[in-house]
Design a protein around this ligand. Structure first.
Ligand code: SAM
Ligand code: 2KA
Ligand code: SF4
Ligand code: MG
Length: 207
């Protein structure tokens, strides 16, 4: 990567930030401020934010400024996503948010080492770049994207490695949701340790 992001986490490549409703997973329905960091090399062919991949397109932004922006809203939770946010040192950002009484949630593929202090870790493992064991061990939820039938068996492999309190979600890949959602519904009925996660913001037409 040619972009020079300082390793101390004082500047981060910010693609966008917006106040909305968490659409997916355990925290679905909660008001949250989204912080989307640019940069990802995992390469999911169905990724719904490919514009995030090239970190050099997104301005290096002072972490203090991001915290100040997040603190303007009544919802006291942030979702840090991307791109792949764990490419960066998220200690300063998350510590400053928590010091302001803001809960910190992350969306990650787990392909990079864990940094940051987290109230909720959503791990969405990918075939294209495996999650690291240190992230799997501390995940509060795993959210498997179901693109085809073979992803159910793949999901079960991941479920064996998570901690005992980790929530298990199956989420249809968006372009295949009409086909995959009925299969997920049947799978969850037969295997109730899993729950279905839908990208509710897409049905609601909100960011
Ligand atoms: C865009 S990713 C960014 C965070 C991180 N790189 C990751 O993959 O977890 C945010 C969430 O959206 C999911 N996602 C991305 N593209 C999707 C799609 N086409 N359909 C359903 N979920 C998708 C990811 O698996 C992840 O849970
Ligand atoms: N509303 C809403 N909820 C989300 N949950 C995870 C998202 C993401 O792109 O990481 C996302 C998103 O982009 N919008
Ligand atoms: S890891 Fe996340 S941001 Fe990266 S390509 Fe996959 S879904 Fe997109
Ligand atoms: Mg999204």
């Amino acid at each position: 990567m040619s972009l020079q992001v300082p390793p101390d986490g004082s500047l981060l490549p910010l693609m966008e930030e917006f106040y909305t409703i968490q659409g997916e997973g355990f925290n679905t329905g909660k008001a949250a401020y989204f912080i989307r960091l640019g940069g990802c090399d995992v390469g999911c062919h169905w990724c719904d934010v490919k514009e995030s991949w090239d970190a050099t397109l997104h301005p290096l932004t002072p972490t203090e400024k991001i915290v100040e922006n997040a603190n303007k809203y009544p919802g006291k939770a942030v979702v840090i996503t991307g791109g792949e946010p764990l490419i960066y040192n998220l200690d300063p950002l998350t510590i400053a948010l928590q010091n302001k009484g803001i809960q910190t949630f992350i969306e990650t593929s787990g392909a990079y080492p864990l940094s940051g202090k987290w109230d909720w870790i959503c791990l969405s493992p990918k075939k294209f770049k495996s999650p690291r064991p240190d992230v799997i061990a501390v995940a509060d939820e795993i959210k498997i994207i179901v693109f085809n039938k073979s992803d159910f068996a793949w999901a079960e492999q991941h479920a064996q490695n998570v901690g005992p309190n980790c929530k298990l979600y199956l989420q249809p890949e968006w372009s295949k949701h009409k086909e995959m959602t009925p299969l997920i519904v049947e799978y969850v009925k037969e295997n109730p340790k899993w729950e279905i996660s839908l990208q509710t913001h897409k049905y609601l037409n909100i960011p």
